[in-house]
Design a protein around this ligand. Structure first.
Ligand code: NAP
Ligand code: ZN
Length: 371
């Protein structure tokens, strides 16, 4: 069990921990997305803290969804030319992942982007992460997933970059449209499920999974109505961080592996794409009830679904008609089939046929659903 990130989850977390933020250096590179941080108040909070503490900063607000290696290298260039000595990532998983990769590249100023995917030390500039979605848990994971256009897919960098502090404040979710809440909460749920149905699951990761699933379940109605109290938003962020702590131990699994084709080729948002394969993965696990890590029934009970079909129906209700061509699903299967380490995260044997069953489950059952 290794979770080295100090986490402060509370209202006004950024404002309350100004001294700790100021302790990381004299000039910060703030990395964020195009507009949401301005609207949800997180950028104002960090600006107020840095101005109040006399810390200089420069803002790079050009991070796209599913950030690319090229964008990370632009952030690195701005950081280098401004002599920054620490990095602050604000936003959903895209800016947070980009901030990790930039903090790593800034600590290796002479190296090219190839170093992201080569073995070396994991040294990075000090890193502050402030999430504004309730999905990736990137603020507590060592993972940074980047788009690699040359390979037409997404891939985690080869380095483990943990934040030096994570500041979690549910108020930043107030401005999130229901689709952002849905997509990102489905991502958090899939992290919990992949961490539970996993060859590496143990007492510590189960601890995060259990409380994460309970908090997720308690607030899942928000994904239908879009209405949430401040307490619910904080709990949704906490569920996401717990899911992140779980995957920080066990890594992500088969639904994530299948999702990258949907995101790259069809531009399906990350959480919605991983959620598409979640029912199939639980269903497959339930056909191996004797495996102690096949906790499919436990998951459904904890999140309040009577059967896997009820869960699949709920997913379809959230998104309406949403179908994926057989060709894209087959490509996703073929790409993942060559990634044996990812297949071995499952606690049961994955054959080519079973991988196809997982990939096609939502499509195959949707004709029988009532929505
Ligand atoms: P995202 O790609 O960071 O953001 C999606 C959209 O939501 C953007 O348009 C963003 O706007 C907007 N947004 C963010 N916060 C908002 C708020 N509070 N209110 C309103 N809109 C808001 O979404 P994400 O799902 O959080 O991150 C997905 C990425 O994380 C993927 O690249 C995925 O591969 C990665 N990921 C990483 C890990 C990990 O452990 N590191 C785990 C899972 C997934 P702006 O662009 O204007 O900010
Ligand atoms: Zn994810």
């Amino acid at each position: 069990m290794y979770m080295p990130v100090p986490v402060f989850s509370e209202t006004d977390a950024v404002l309350k921990h100004s001294k700790k933020i100021a302790g990381f250096g004299k000039k910060a590179l703030i990395i964020t997305g195009k507009s949401s941080a301005k609207i949800n108040g997180s950028l104002d909070d960090i600006r107020n803290v840095l101005n109040g503490e006399g810390i200089d900063f420069i803002i790079f607000n050009d991070i796209e969804e599913n950030p690319s290696v090229e964008t990370v290298m632009k952030a690195k260039a701005i950081g280098l030319s401004n002599n920054v000595d620490f990095v602050i990532g604000i936003g959903g998983g895209s800016p947070l992942d980009a901030a990790k990769a930039a903090a790593f590249m800034l600590a290796h100023p002479k190296d090219s982007a190839e170093l992201l995917y080569r073995t070396s030390d994991d040294t990075a500039l000090p890193l502050v992460l402030i999430p504004t979605t309730c999905g990736t848990g990137s603020e507590v994971t060592p993972i940074s997933v980047l788009t690699r256009h040359e390979f037409r897919t997404k891939k985690s960098i080869s380095h483990k970059i943990f934040a030096d502090i994570a500041l979690i404040d549910g108020k930043y979710l107030c401005s999130a449209p229901v689709n952002v809440l849905r997509n990102t909460a489905l991502d958090a749920l899939t992290h919990l499920i992949e961490s539970c149905i996993n060859i590496k699951t143990d007492d510590f990761s189960r601890m995060f999974v259990e409380q994460g699933l309970k908090l997720w379940s308690k607030n899942k109605d928000v994904l239908e109505t879009g209405n949430a109290s401040d307490e619910q938003l904080q709990e949704m962020m906490n569920a996401s961080a717990m899911a992140g702590m779980a995957i920080a131990q066990n890594g992500t699994g088969i639904p994530h592996g299948l999702s990258y084709s949907l995101t790259y080729k069809l531009h399906v948002p990350h959480g919605r794409a991983v959620g598409y394969f979640t029912a199939g993965y639980i269903n497959e696990a339930m056909s191996f009830p004797s495996s102690e890590n096949s906790c499919g029934r436990y998951i459904l009970d904890t999140i309040g679904f009577g059967s896997i079909y009820e869960f699949a129906e709920w997913y379809k209700k959230l998104y309406g008609a949403f179908q994926v061509d057989d060709e894209i699903l087959s490509e996703a299967v073929n790409e993942l089939w060559s990634n044996k380490p990812k297949l071995h995260t499952a606690p049961f044997n994955i054959s080519y046929e079973s991988l196809r069953r997982i990939a096609f489950f939502t499509k195959d059952v949707s004709g029988t659903l009532s929505v």
